[in-house]
Design a protein around this ligand. Structure first.
Ligand SMILES: *Cc1c(COP(=O)(O)O)cnc(C)c1O
Length: 370
């Protein structure tokens, strides 16, 4: 490949010594599960997200599920989820026994459409998932207003948006709680799996921590208050995450610069649609998503030219075989987007010559077809 989609080796090379030090310290202290590394990272990440509490968990999917369970959402409840998201958002809803109700997305940023959400609310709706997809913050002013009017809870899925801001506030600081993933490819990624729940609600944080630790009582170690599970952020990953958190804002700034270069080269073309902007949004460009009606051909041309791309996501959730009971639902914006979206290489250490190569191949691919 001339230009990889994501080169984690390149991202991690400058931090090699710091990351290696973490490994030796964790090994020396045998601080594998819980312990100081996890506690320290939880404090740092809560502060970063402008929240009072952070609970480290095993992955982002568990984080969503534990928030739902911690809020008492389960059988008999409906949770509104955007159709354009990674399947984990909807999967977590099903895994607590609730029913996902799929909402369409807005045509400009492909994020959950608050207007459609308001039409989907029923007497059974318990919550709505604000998925800050591709690193773009959802319009939290609109969505919160809709949720407040209906008396339902907003939960943020911030797995793709560490550090993004909406009207100056960090994503993760708006809903009742927010779920983060530290899957290696995310803007803040561990060197393995990891996740976190952040919230200002001390009682919810306590319940999530207990559920993630076998339903254990806080003070009586051998007492298990509810049936929980095991979902922990281990000390080694927490240590790596503390190192990487220090570079998150700088990494996001580099992503912004990469995005600006793409925009400069591709933004004026009539045959390419870039994601829309919102004046209150400060996105962190987890993915560089463009839209073209000839997506599959362009993608094949790029692959032939050594440019790796992705598609996020080619099948909207309500069209997935796993959600076949929702197959009759029609969500025209999400369905059209699924045919048109193409993710170009995006990571902080992408070079100007990488970007130039990607753009000239995109343009060449579009012109082959025209
Ligand atoms: C990655 C991701 C998740 C799941 O996180 P994992 O850590 O992989 O379990 C959930 N929602 C969205 C939007 C994601 O991108």
């Amino acid at each position: 490949m001339r230009v990889p989609f994501l080169d984690l080796g390149r991202v991690h090379a400058p931090m090699r010594d710091e990351l290696t030090d973490v490994w030796w310290t964790v090994l020396r202290q045998s601080a594998f599960i819980a312990g100081t590394f996890t506690e320290r990272f939880e404090e740092q990440f809560a502060t970063y997200c402008e929240r009072r509490h952070c609970v480290g968990v095993a992955n982002g999917t568990d984080a969503i599920e534990l928030i739902l369970a911690g809020l008492g959402i389960g059988p008999g409840d409906e949770v509104i989820v955007p159709a354009n998201t990674f399947i984990a958002t909807a999967e977590a809803v099903v895994n607590v026994g609730a029913v996902p109700v799929f909402a369409d997305v807005d045509a400009s940023r492909l994020l959950i459409d608050s207007e459609h959400v308001s039409q989907l609310i029923t007497g059974r709706t318990a919550a709505v998932m604000a998925v800050h997809l591709y690193g773009q913050p959802v319009d939290m002013s609109q969505l919160t207003a809709v949720a407040e009017r209906a008396g339902i809870v907003v939960i943020e899925d911030a797995a793709q948006a560490h550090g993004a801001r909406w009207r100056g506030g960090r994503v993760g600081s708006f809903g009742a709680a927010a779920a983060f993933s530290f899957y290696p490819g995310k803007n803040l990624g561990a060197l393995g799996d990891g996740g976190a729940v952040v919230t200002d609600d001390a009682e919810l944080a306590r319940r999530v921590r207990s559920l993630a630790n076998h339903g254990r009582s806080q003070d009586r170690h051998h007492e298990h208050l509810v049936v929980g599970r095991n979902s922990r952020l281990d000390g080694l990953q927490a240590g790596f995450l503390s190192v990487k958190l220090r570079g998150l804002d700088a990494g996001n700034a580099l992503r912004r610069a990469v995005h600006s270069s793409y925009e400069l080269e591709l933004g004026q073309r009539e045959d390419v649609v870039m994601l829309g902007k919102h004046e209150a949004a400060e996105p962190v460009h987890h993915l560089e998503v463009i839209r073209t009606s000839r997506r599959d051909q362009v993608r094949a041309e790029l692959a032939a030219a050594g440019i790796a791309t992705g598609v996020h996501y080619p099948i909207p959730c309500h069209r997935q075989p796993a959600f076949r009971s929702h197959a009759q639902v029609q969500l025209p914006v999400a369905e059209r987007a699924a045919r048109e979206v193409l993710s170009l290489p995006m990571f902080p250490s992408l070079t100007p010559s990488d970007i130039a190569a990607v753009c000239s191949e995109v343009i060449a691919a579009l012109e082959v077809q025209a």
